[in-house]
Design a binder for this molecule. Structure first.
Ligand SMILES: Nc1nc2c(ncn2[C@@H]2O[C@H](COP(=O)(O)OP(=O)(O)OP(=O)(O)O)[C@@H](O)[C@H]2O)c(=O)[nH]1
Ligand SMILES: [Mg+2]
Length: 689
């Protein structure tokens, strides 16, 4: 076998993180090309990159899911996970954080740090993840490396330049590596190749910044500071070692630069990944827990433990599980135990991933990332172990859905197919939800944004051949009464032979909080025989389901059966049921009926400068403001807003905040619909039952 065990020290697992459009996918393309893993530089515009391989990504020119690929550089295997920069698809970015020892944070040289850069930075902080930063797109108009560096300092004062661009915008001419004091002239889409001497015009600037960098790094280690103060040369190895320990401890975030579409900056970044980011060897043990809560620290060789961080639903090849080996090694054609299901799983052929291409490998060693197809019942977040050890690790937080859309198959009879396809999509994207609304009977797709849901329905069609129609969910209104009323219901029919006769007097009154249903039998004597009274109750309940105002179910009612009469021959259960429903309908009309609507508890997090717009908008949606709390990154606005007004909130918030807003909502309670709104709902016929 050509590939046997790879030393953990020779591995780097790196997530590429950053705001939408900061050039991540292009950056990965450039790293692959420079390292010789590919022989052409693909572009996002032409849909020819390794990482945006899905048709839907190519059509939208954006990444919709995480993609795994790898390069070999300086004797190290670097596995790169390109993640989507759109928050709707953040589940894959968050999942990637769990399986890497380091990240490359990609920032636009034009826009600097943007909202989602900051959010991902905080997530990486929580995991103490070592990071290097690359300021990309420096050949673009209005690119400004110093301004971008300045904006990075808002994330951390420890962001320090380890490279500078030689010119920018139209004058961009390449990169100077301040660690090794070499230059990489702009290859304009070719390979950068070997480093070159720094051009004379840049020498003074480079010397000054190199000196500052050496001073920063030297201060981190006693033996280096001594050498430095005595004016001795610090070697490349010493510099790299010091850099790595500082980056590993989060004391330094080296910032390099690039114009990835021209393949500029790749060489210096590849060096930086190897020299500054830690290997699995260097990182502490994986902390897991057994099911009974005991903490377990897993070293690199504590049996076999692998973690599935991504699942790809392929309608033809079946399910592909992408995993990271944390301890031991996984071999092709072996058996592992899934710690969630406790079932044995047959592991067939293993693959190394290069975007959509799978290359068979005999084994995946400690620290490596790869994939296997067709495991029986293994989901994202599962651990695979060599024996039953009942281990679990902290789950990756999955963002809550905020956008709800009703879906139904376009073709009758496709319900089963739709349900199955949805399950497959949910395996792949855990932030996608689906449920059947009990009240309206609709199938509701839940996502993080309108686009998220659109992408899902597109996939249903393209991948699984299920055409669906979508519409805003029907609001599950209810009806209730505000005061008591009495009525008499009499059903009498004489048709030839046996007639029908049922007759009852009822009183209805509202229950507290518009909740529940009670049926009280207050008949004295036998004006209605015992056996027929439940029929009255049943008739009333059926009528309540149909409502009386706009066709929505009536709730929160006490019904008292006070009197009635019967006929020896003609009375029947059916007749009393009808009498009950007639009585109810009459009483209901006089009981001041009202519509009730679901009200949501809404929390919106937005930049301070748009708080006024957001609160104004919520008020116009009949919202009740509860509070405004300033916070470090965003101001939180809390409000109670009727569900009917929140159906299209996602788009509104995006346009109000330029995509910098976030919200979530949950059902709070039912409330009366104000008369001016109710008028519209009842006049156009209400629910279509
Ligand atoms: N001029 C210039 N354009 C670039 C550069 N890098 C990327 N682009 C372009 O910028 C756009 C966005 O690049 P992507 O690589 O898709 O960015 P991304 O960060 O992967 O975007 P998402 O996956 O949507 O988050 C594409 O049109 C690229 O061709 C660069 O260095 N210079
Ligand atoms: Mg991308």
């Amino acid at each position: 076998m050509p590939e046997v065990r790879r030393e953990p020290a020779k591995i780097r697992n790196v997530a590429i993180l950053g705001h939408r459009g900061s050039g991540k996918t292009t950056l990965v393309e450039s790293l692959l090309y420079e390292a010789g893993a590919t022989n052409r530089l693909g572009t996002v515009a032409d849909g020819t990159t390794v990482c945006d391989f899905d048709e839907d990504e190519q059509r939208r020119s954006m990444s919709l899911s995480g993609a795994v690929c790898h390069v070999d550089w300086l004797g190290r295997r670097i596995t790169l996970i390109d993640t989507p920069g759109d928050p709707s698809f953040q589940a894959d970015a968050l999942g990637a954080l769990r399986v890497v020892e380091g990240a490359v944070v990609c920032v636009s040289g034009v826009a600097g740090v943007e909202v989602f850069t900051e959010r991902l930075w905080r997530r990486a902080d929580e995991r103490d993840l070592p990071r290097v930063v690359v300021v990309n797109l420096l050949d673009r108009e209005r690119a400004d490396f110093s301004a971008a560096l300045e904006s990075l300092r808002s994330l951390s004062e420890r962001c320090v330049a380890v490279a500078i661009p030689m010119g920018q915008e139209g004058a961009y001419a390449g990169v100077i590596d301040l660690v090794h004091m070499v230059a990489y002239p702009d290859p304009a889409g070719g390979r950068e190749g070997d480093p070159q001497p720094i051009p004379a015009e840049w020498q003074a600037e480079a010397d000054r910044l190199h000196e500052a960098l050496v001073e920063t790094v030297a201060e981190s280690a006693d033996e280096l500071i001594a050498k430095y103060l005595e004016g001795e040369e610090i070697t490349r190895e010493e510099m790299a070692a010091a850099l790595k320990s500082m980056v590993s401890r989060g004391e330094l975030y080296p910032v390099t630069c690039a114009a990835s579409a021209r393949n500029s900056g790749a060489h210096a970044l590849l060096d930086l990944i190897v020299e500054a980011l830690p290997s699995p060897q260097r990182v502490g043990p994986l902390v897991a827990h057994t099911l009974d809560g005991t903490r377990v620290e897993l070293g690199l060789d504590d049996g076999t433990v692998a973690y599935v961080f991504k699942t790809i639903a392929d309608p033809f090849a079946g399910r592909l599980s992408v995993f990271r080996v944390f301890s031991g090694a996984v071999a092709s054609d072996s058996t592992l135990v899934d710690s969630r299901t406790r079932a044995k799983e047959r592991v067939g052929q293993l693959f190394a991933l290069q975007g959509k291409d799978h290359r068979p490998v005999p084994q995946l060693s400690t620290g490596e990332i790869g994939a296997v197809a067709k495991l029986k019942d293994v989901g994202t977040g599962d651990l695979l172990e060599d024996r039953e050890r009942d281990l679990v690790i902290d789950p990756v937080p999955i963002p809550e859905p905020v956008v709800f859309v009703a879906v139904e198959p376009a073709r009758k009879g496709d319900d089963e197919k739709l349900a199955a396809a949805l399950r497959r999509l949910q395996e792949e994207d855990r932030s996608l939800g689906a449920h059947r609304d009990e009240r309206t009977g609709e199938l509701i797709l839940e996502g993080l944004s309108q686009m998220h849901v659109e992408v899902a329905t597109e996939r249903l069609r393209k991948r699984f051949g299920v055409e669906v129609v979508t519409h805003p969910p029907r609001v599950p209104y209810l009806e209730a009464i505000k005061r008591g009323a009495k009525a008499h219901g009499r059903h009498k029919k004489q048709t030839g032979g046996r007639g029908q006769f049922g007759d009852c007097h009822i009183e209805i009154e509202p229950l507290d909080g518009h909740e529940g249903y009670e049926f009280v039998d207050r008949i004295v004597g036998g004006s209605i025989p015992q056996g027929f009274r439940p029929a009255v109750d049943k008739g009333i309940q059926e009528a309540m389901q149909r409502g009386g105002l706009a066709g929505y179910p009536v709730v929160g009612l006490r019904v008292t059966l006070v009197d009635g009469s019967y006929h020896n021959v003609d009375s029947s259960e059916m007749a009393f049921k009808i009498a009950g429903s007639l009585a109810f309908r009459q009483a209901y009309e006089q009981a001041d009926p009202v519509l009730l609507e679901p009200v949501m508890a809404v929390e919106v997090a937005v930049p301070e400068e748009v708080v006024g717009d957001v609160t104004g908008d919520l008020s116009s949606r009949r919202g009740r403001l509860l509070g405004i709390e300033p916070g470090p990154g965003a101001t939180t606005v809390r409000a109670e807003v009727p569900m009917a007004e929140m159906l299209t909130y996602s788009q509104a918030l995006t346009s109000m905040t330029g995509g910098r807003g976030d919200y979530h909502m949950s059902f709070l309670r039912y409330e009366e619909v104000p008369p001016h709104v109710a008028g519209k709902l009842t006049s156009n016929g209400g629910a279509s039952h």
